[in-house]
Design a protein around this ligand. Structure first.
Ligand code: COA
Length: 375
């Protein structure tokens, strides 16, 4: 016997603090001036390159991002620090990722009219995890009071859709009745705020998605018609930080490759066709045509990228609201982006309406979820 999996609730934890492009550029330029003054001799001798200023106009035009939420603002905007500064928590307190995840998970449960007693598993799917073990997912499970099991998984920006596929498959097979897929993303901690090419890209957030048997839904829900995941190895988005760091010569020095690195232009050029053909193939195999689709909730990295994918999938420019973006307010929140877009732009859909959640990014990876409004 198999069951039909459904998304019955979603939740978003949004940090209280936000940084505008104007604030970000002031801090970056102060840092660049300071760097150039401190290294004036080496720059004059041609040994190192001077840092150029960033600009608000470039950021908006290149990405569509206007501001980003963060878990700490002071450290990021301090030209002498340039990264978030988070309070050290004792091992007996909830960890910061678990706390954000629990907030989003409680909102998802409330949206579905369910409690922790209705949940059979927790998957913490995120692009960074704050420790090696014990799993953040198990801590979230404990804080929520969920029975069953929990595990962490990481597929970078595609973590949420890959997590939804894992949960949906388990619900479909009957091994669990329901699962929370939780995506706490503190992207500000792996972003290199001292690099103007990327310092504007990321923000912090947590999302959660409750996946249950459709028959257990108490209100409107989204039936998961089908999921599809794909990966192709690429070094164009990479972060070399990891547990072997200490074991390597010069592993512990302040190195650029221990934060997020990307070759943005190549990513743009290579990921677009990969995502467009992935979605087209998934829709084709499910017998879904562009005319059947009411909405596209895409990964939130870059406005031009989303405009391109929307046009390719629909065969025309998406109408306002058809392919909602939230990146202008949240920036790229890695795996959480498409779930924020879905959570904030799906209530108006009518029974029978179809949509696609799609995330993509490092790996490369791409995951799509075809959903149908029901109830
Ligand atoms: N302010 C002003 N100028 C800047 C700048 C800044 N903050 N950052 C870069 N520039 C300059 C560059 O130095 C370059 O100058 P040059 O032409 O003299 O070399 C020029 O602006 C263009 O830079 P480039 O990096 O080629 O811009 P872009 O149009 O490719 O936009 C991204 C950059 C990152 C926004 C874009 O490539 C992108 O979004 N790529 C996909 C990212 C993605 O999806 N990643 C997934 C992450 S999970």
């Amino acid at each position: 016997m198999t069951f039909t999996p459904a998304i019955t609730g979603t939740g978003v934890f949004t940090p209280e603090l936000s940084i505008s492009n104007a604030e970000l550029v002031v801090a970056f330029n102060a840092y660049a001036d300071r760097f150039n003054a401190e290294n004036a001799d080496a720059i004059a001798a041609g040994e190192i390159e001077a840092k150029a200023h960033s600009s608000e106009e470039f950021i908006l035009k290149a990405s569509g991002i206007e501001r980003r939420y963060v878990m700490d603002k002071d450290g990021i905007l301090d030209p002498a620090v340039m990264h978030p500064v988070l309070r050290q928590r004792s091992d007996d307190e909830p960890s910061i990722m678990a706390e954000m995840g629990v907030d989003a998970a409680n909102k998802a449960l409330a949206a579905a009219g369910k409690t922790a007693a209705d949940v059979g598993a927790v998957i913490c799917a995120a692009s960074n995890l704050e420790r090696a073990y014990p799993a953040v997912a198990i801590e979230i499970q404990e804080l929520l009071g969920v029975q069953g099991f929990a595990f962490d998984m990481n597929v970078a920006c595609s973590s949420a859709t890959f997590g939804i596929q894992a949960a949906a498959d388990m619900v479909r097979s009957g091994s669990i009745k329901s699962a929370l897929v939780v995506n706490p993303e503190i992207c500000s901690a792996h972003l290199e705020w001292r690099d103007r090419d990327c310092h504007f890209i990321f923000g912090d957030v947590a999302t959660a998605t409750l996946i249950e048997r459709a028959e257990d839904a108490t209100g409107l829900y989204f039936e998961i018609r089908s999921t599809r995941c794909a990966t192709e190895f690429s070094n164009n988005i990479r972060n070399n930080n990891g547990y072997l760091r200490r074991s390597r010569p010069a592993g512990m020095v302040d190195r650029r490759d221990m934060q997020f690195m990307q070759n943005g232009r190549k990513v743009f050029k290579e990921v677009l066709p990969m995502v467009s053909s992935h979605i087209a193939g998934h829709m084709g195999d499910e017998g879904v045509t562009a005319g059947d689709l009411k909405r596209l909730w895409l990964h939130q990295a870059n406005k031009s990228m989303n405009d391109f994918i929307g046009k390719k999938v629909l065969g025309r420019d998406p109408a306002p609201g058809e392919q909602p973006n939230i990146l202008q307010d949240y920036a790229n929140t890695s795996s959480a982006g498409s779930i924020i877009a879905f959570s904030q732009n799906s209530d108006d859909m009518q029974s029978g309406d179809l949509g696609i959640i799609c995330s993509f990014g490092a790996g490369y990876s791409v995951g799509s979820v075809i959903v149908e409004r029901r109830g």
